[in-house]
Design a protein around this ligand. Structure first.
Ligand SMILES: [Zn+2]
Length: 515
């Protein structure tokens, strides 16, 4: 009976393999498994095993459940126990906690708790099991194969490109134990691999990704995709176009600004087209209004918006989703020098509006202004821009959610729904005329790039500034400065470092628009 069950299990094993790190097959071929377990309902209840874990428990003659109880395992999300040689098939068996069973959407937490717990649980289990240097890791789908794949691939990733000695870099093959879950698992893998690419791009030191190198990375990455057109524009093109606000930011650097656009059209409904615009400041010193030196190294991630929109397209193209999507990425390095823009300088945007630069550190909105105007040329039905725009949004929301500003309630509902699903949340912020008025305080130009009252509403006024360069109703701006990195352990399934957030929510949003 036992062996029959296990045989059935092994027959359905494996649908999709994912290789991490160095793929050379090791001779020992150590096989481990991550299996899920829910909390006991009530104080005196028993732990609730998933179907996979139940099978394993049967195989071990009930020893697995005994061992879990002996080790005071509580099944809370993120708690793990690893047992060696308890199962014949899996010499290393990690059980991960999934929290309470049968959870659903939590309206106060604004997320699907069941899915999020699977990400946290499977992620913690895989991270733990990876320490044992297993060659093959089998995964319980924990009732949601996509979320399990996301948790596993996100939690086991770290950026080690510049380490001469790589930590924990064993080759490991992941497989999921349920044949019915193949496409969900694949979907989760693509989502997490895409987000990991965004994390890597953000983490890459700025001397390895100034605009020209960043553009090269994009071209290289998408060269394998026949369904994506990549166009790289230089500063000469931008000058001819009249993108003076964009060009003003890179003036102080000897690294020339670049503007990359990518197009993917896989939906017959040509009335629907989404344009994503990502802020691509490859390093932000603040310019002449220079930033304090403490923590300035983090400003290598000031192209986080660009990284997320590029990763979004990467995932969509990989999954061949039926959407029409263009991605625009203005890239520049913000440096002080004798050529740099100065406070008081005035520049004209593509739509003819003039902007007084009051603070050269408010540069993101300058490059986005022209990119948003340019987005109109593609006659989109929706535009979403994504930017590590203001420290103020970090003060307001921290790493819990990206600040979302939109003039369209339908688009908001769509975005909110998407963020419930992914657990990478958006929180809606206001776009009152009040804030627009705050940005019309220049004596010399139509707009100023800082608000009238220095300390007040830094994120909302920045959003109001951007609105001046948008002509369609279905527009949203995401201020992602607060979710840029995970140094405070904001999401348990991401390591410390750049986060690649909110890539998965953007994918889900674009998908929703076309369904
Ligand atoms: Zn800045």
């Amino acid at each position: 009976m036992l062996s029959t069950k296990i045989n059935q299990l092994s027959k359905t094993v494996l649908l999709r393999k994912l290789l991490i790190g160095n793929v050379s097959a090791q001779s020992k071929n150590l096989h481990g498994i991550v299996a899920g377990c829910y909390q006991a309902p009530g104080e005196d209840g028993e732990l609730v095993l998933t179907g996979t874990t139940e099978s394993l428990n049967t195989e071990t003659g009930g020893k697995l459940l005994q061992a879990l109880n002996t080790s005071n395992f509580d099944g809370k999300p993120g708690s793990v126990r690893t047992f060696t040689n308890l199962s014949d098939k899996y010499p290393l068996l990690t059980v991960c906690g999934l929290g309470e069973e049968n959870l659903d959407v939590d309206e106060n937490e604004c997320l699907d708790e069941r899915k999020e717990n699977v990400r946290i649980g499977a992620g913690a289990g895989a991270k733990e099991l990876k320490k044992y240097k297993v060659d093959v890791m089998s995964l319980d789908d924990c009732g949601d194969a996509q979320s399990a794949a996301e948790g596993v691939v996100l939690s086991t990733h770290s950026f080690q490109e510049f380490k001469s000695k790589k930590k924990n870099e064993t080759s490991c093959t992941f497989n999921v134990l349920s044949s019915a879950q193949t496409s969900e698992f694949e979907h989760g893998l693509a989502m997490a691999e895409g987000q990991n690419w965004a994390r890597d791009l953000m983490e890459t030191p700025s001397n390895f990704k100034y605009p020209e190198l960043f553009a090269d990375k994009v071209v290289q990455r998408f060269s394998a995709f026949k369904n994506v057109d990549v166009i790289v524009r230089d500063d000469v093109w931008a000058r001819e176009k009249g993108m003076d606000c964009f060009l003003s930011v890179g003036k102080g650097s000897d690294k020339k600004p670049m503007f990359v656009e990518l197009h993917y059209n896989q939906n017959a409904d040509d009335q629907k087209k989404v344009v994503l615009v990502g802020k691509g400041i490859t390093f932000d010193t603040g310019g002449i209004s220079i930033k304090p030196s403490s923590g300035m190294g983090l400003m290598r991630g000031d192209m986080g918006g660009a990284a997320c929109v590029l990763a979004t397209l990467h995932i969509i193209a990989k999954l061949n989703l039926p959407v029409n999507l263009s991605v625009l990425v203005p890239m520049a390095e913000n440096m002080p020098s004798d050529r740099a823009a100065k406070p008081g300088d005035v520049f004209t945007a593509l739509n003819g509006k003039t902007v007084e630069v009051d603070n050269t550190d408010a540069e993101g909105r300058m490059i986005l202004a022209d990119a948003l105007c340019y987005a109109d040329e593609f006659q989109p039905s929706t535009i979403i821009d994504v930017a590590t725009l203001t420290g103020a949004i970090d003060v307001a929301l921290g790493g819990a959610a990206a600040g979302a500003y939109t003039t369209c309630n339908n688009l908001w509902q769509n975005m909110e729904q998407a963020s419930y699903t992914t657990g990478d949340r958006f929180w809606r912020m206001p776009l009152y005329k009040h804030y627009t008025e705050q940005m019309k305080c220049s004596l010399t130009a139509d707009l100023r790039n800082t608000q009238k009252k220095a300390r007040s509403a830094g994120s909302a006024t920045a959003a109001a500034f951007l609105k001046e360069f948008v002509t369609i109703k279905s527009w949203a701006h995401l201020d992602i400065a607060g979710v840029m990195d995970n140094s405070g352990g904001e999401l348990p399934y991401l390591n410390s470092g750049m986060s690649g957030r909110p890539t998965r929510t953007l994918v889900e949003t674009v998908r929703n628009i076309f369904t």
